[in-house]
Design a protein around this ligand. Sequence first.
Ligand code: C5P
Length: 242
Amino acid sequence: MTLDSTRRVVALVPAAGRGVRLGASAPKAFVPVGGSPMLVHAVDGLIASGVVDRIVIMAPIEMIDAARELLAARAHAASSIPVDVVAGGAERTDSVRAGLAAAADATHILVHDAARALTPPSLIARVVDALSTGHRAVVPGLPVADTIKAVDAAGDVTGTPDRSELRAIQTPQGFDAALLREAYALGLPATDDAGLVEAIGASVHVVPGDAMAFKITGPLDLRLANTLVADMTVGSTPAVTG
Ligand code: C5P
């Protein structure tokens, strides 16, 4: 199937993580980058892509009101794209499941981590473009710079996969909505949504990712993100390449 005028792309934004690895006092999506919470950057990027019809944020239950206030006050508040906030869950998959329940109107779903706050709108559009050519599951990926080794519980190496065949996978991950619902119906844990789609035997297509879509996980990532936003604010193009 190709996307047509009946398509409705709903972006689910998991933002209910506690951010333990970041060491911040607020839940991670609410930590500021360049003065604005990561969540606001992520939503603004989705709106700027021009390919999203609706956004559903999954926030920690005690932060729902704060999230609504932040989103109402942001630069793109006048956009005609509806943005809803629902409660996330204990695990990321629980949060996505809560988003799916709030997105019954979707023909296509993007799942996009708030922690990938600086994701360029062009990457979001690239994922939706690939859905429009008929792929039912699409993920952005970058070649890996490091050699990756499989290691057992004793710390011994059990294998060294060929690096040229590996990709570091980012978000947004895009899906035919029915396919993602079918995958989530299995009830398995997963670190990414495409992994669940693979588990039901469906194929997943990779499009080129973007270094700016890095996940802000630890303090070093946060420093990098703040520096990049400061660079963008003074008008220079960040010197980041894939
Ligand atoms: O923990 P991790 O960095 O993998 O989280 C990725 C994204 O998933 C973050 O945006 C985080 O807020 C979100 N998340 C969530 N619900 C959880 C755990 C993580 O929405 N229970």
